[in-house]
Structures are given as C-alpha cells and as structure tokens.
Design a protein around this ligand. Sequence first.
Ligand code: NAD
Ligand code: UD1
Length: 336
Amino acid sequence: MRVLLTGGAGYIGSHTLLKLLQEQNEVLVLDNFSNSSMESLRRVKQLANRDFDFRNGDICNSTLMNDTFNAFKPDAVIHFAGLKAVGESNDKPLDYYTHNVTGSVELLRCMRRHGCKQIVFSSSATVYGEADYLPYDEQHPLRPTNPYGRTKYFVEEIIKDWTASWSEASAVLLRYFNPVGAHDSGRIGEDPLSTPNNLVPFISQVAIGRLDKLNVFGSDYDTRDGTGERDYIHVDDLARAHLSAVHFASKNKACEAINVGTGRGATVLEMVKAFERASGRPIPLNMAARRNGDVAKSIADVSKANRLLDWEAIHNIDDMCRSTWNWQSLNPLGYK
Ligand code: NAD
Ligand code: UD1
C-alpha cells in the first residue's frame, strides 16, 4: 500500500513509519519539523534498512500538497501533523486552529481532488472532557475543555462530513489515551523540545538528572492513592493500531471513531514506582496543587478497537517505563 504520513517525523509518526516500512508499504513522510528533527527519520531508515520518500513542508501549503499527491499518489493518509500542547493552545489558539483545523481541511480537499479515499486521523481522549461515566466509550458526549481539544473535536466533525459527502471515502478517528514509551532498540522515542508537560517524559528527565524533582499535581483526587489516574498506552501498541486502522479503512466505507488504550488505569504514584523499578533510580517528589483543567481519571473502553480492528494492547506499564528509560539513557539529550 502507498501511505502518506503527515507529521511522520514526530513521536508517534516515527514509530508508525517504522512498522509500515517493516510491512513492505511504500511511504512518503511530509513534515515541517516544527516539533521534530530529521534525525528521527535517519534512524528509522537505519532500523528498517529501507528508504522512503520525504518532503519538508507544511500541510497548509496547498501547492506543496497538490504536488505531493500528484507525485506520490497515496492510497491512504495517516494524519499526525499538528500542534499538541494544551497550555500553548490557550495562549495561541489561532495557531492551533490554523495548523490543526485549516491544515486538515487542506489535506482533505487534496485527498478528494486526487481520489485518495482513506484517512486515519490522530485524535485524542481529550475530546471527551469531564467524564459522565467511566470507562469512556465512543458514545460518551464530547466536551473538550481547551482550544487544542476543540481542534481535535472540530476535525473529527469535518472528517465525518467529508466521509458523508463522498460514498467512496473511509475514515478512522483514533482517540489516543496517553501514549508513552519508546522503540525497543532505544534509537527512537519522545524528544520534547522544551521542559515536558506530560508525566512520563518529565519523570524520565528527573531520572536522568536533567530535572530535580517531579511535581505531583494533586493528591486529593477520588482515586486509589489520591493522584490522577490515566490509561497509558505503549507507543509500539499504538503504532500497531495504525496499521490495523489503515487495513480496516481499506475495507470500510464510513467514518469510525475508535479509542486506543489498554482499558486499565495507573496513578501518578504507580507510574513513579514503575519508573523507579525500570531505572533503578529514585524519583524525588513534591506533592503540589492540582493542575488546572486536569480530570481525576481517564480510562478507555477498548472493546470497539478489539472488535473492529482486531487489535489489543500487549504492553504493561513496566514495559512502557523500561523502554522509556532505555531511550532516555541511550540518548540523554534526545536527538540532539
Ligand atoms: P509530535 O509533535 O511529535 O508530531 C507531530 C509532527 O507534526 C511533528 O513532527 C511536527 O513537526 C509536525 N507538524 C506539526 N504541524 C505541522 C504542519 N502544519 N505541517 C507539517 N508538519 C507539521 O506529536 P505526536 O506526539 O507524535 O502526536 C502526533 C499526533 O497525535 C498529533 O496530532 C497529536 O495531537 C496527536 N495526539 C498525541 C498525543 C500524545 O500524547 N503524544 C495524544 C493524543 C493525540
Ligand atoms: C495531557 C493533556 C491532554 C493530552 C494528553 C496527551 C492537559 C490538561 N491535558 O493529558 O489534552 O491529550 O496530555 O498525552 O495537559 N502529572 C503530574 N506532574 C507532571 C505532569 C503530569 O503529576 O509534571 C499528572 C497529571 O496531573 C495527570 C497525569 O500526571 O494526573 C498525566 O498527565 P499528562 O501526562 O500531562 O497527561 P494528561 O493530563 O492525561
């Protein structure tokens, strides 16, 4: 299959790229490197021992997008490209609407123009907002609470309308829960450009000595130990879900939203313990106030992914922390 990966140099994109190459797909990566580096692509090429096409550019650039579709003629698109920092999205909402929403509209227009019928979109559990019930199933009301989350929600709605307007089209909206971990080789992983906002990259930088201590945001939640509980998913399992989703989209003619998680939750303190086991290093803690906008618990109902994609997560939090530590200790400064 010929697959176009927008944002394929990024964290989740690079792990998915490697799997697509290992399964003998033809791939073109389009990325503007706003949050990634060429080094991840170089390493994927070495790991796969295969080459792939690449374009440095922005999904909002319609001339570039048309040229790319003309030259590569993809059968399917996996659409990772976008901005993803919740805090930044409050300060710069229009950047988020431009890159995430306008960019996606441009992409869908191009796909229609060039007869490319299948898309897998990187959505997020953040579209659910405060839980009416848990685990979240795909019918749970959608009430995102920040501009980033709203861009994901709007793009989901746009893709639903695009699919409805074209009987040949097929889309899978993958709602990721909390992706963590790295490839077993330790050659590719998550490389935040500034101080991490997310838990596991933060713990990992404390363990390696780049940061002093972890601030635990809230210890009075209604959870086992009072700290926030999340459904962490290994990036390797997530990458596999994309291959299953592309396969599913090639046989389907509709738009399906599908949760991608493990169905199990871990608290902040449980993740800290797992990371201490994996790294053999203590993680100093500071019990801090709740972070604005956080929910107590977020857990996926994964039965739809099991049923439609014939997929399930196989890695547990120890695997996630071990692979994160392997990547972090082999690359203390990330790709730099
Ligand atoms: P990432 O930042 O590592 O990857 C995104 C890639 O897109 C980067 O390489 C960046 O340079 C590129 N990019 C951004 N804007 C672009 C544009 N306008 N044109 C071309 N390239 C552009 O992020 P990630 O963690 O790999 O996430 C991938 C997708 O999954 C994003 O859409 C993100 O919102 C979504 N998502 C991520 C998480 C998570 O925790 N990592 C959770 C839910 C959803
Ligand atoms: C965050 C985003 C969410 C996004 C997701 C991607 C916010 C409010 N939400 O979700 O939109 O889809 O990342 O993975 O930013 N924690 C600490 N100390 C830290 C960092 C985090 O205690 O330094 C806690 C948080 O309070 C939370 C848990 O760790 O309980 C996980 O946090 P994080 O990794 O940021 O993910 P989410 O909050 O689920």
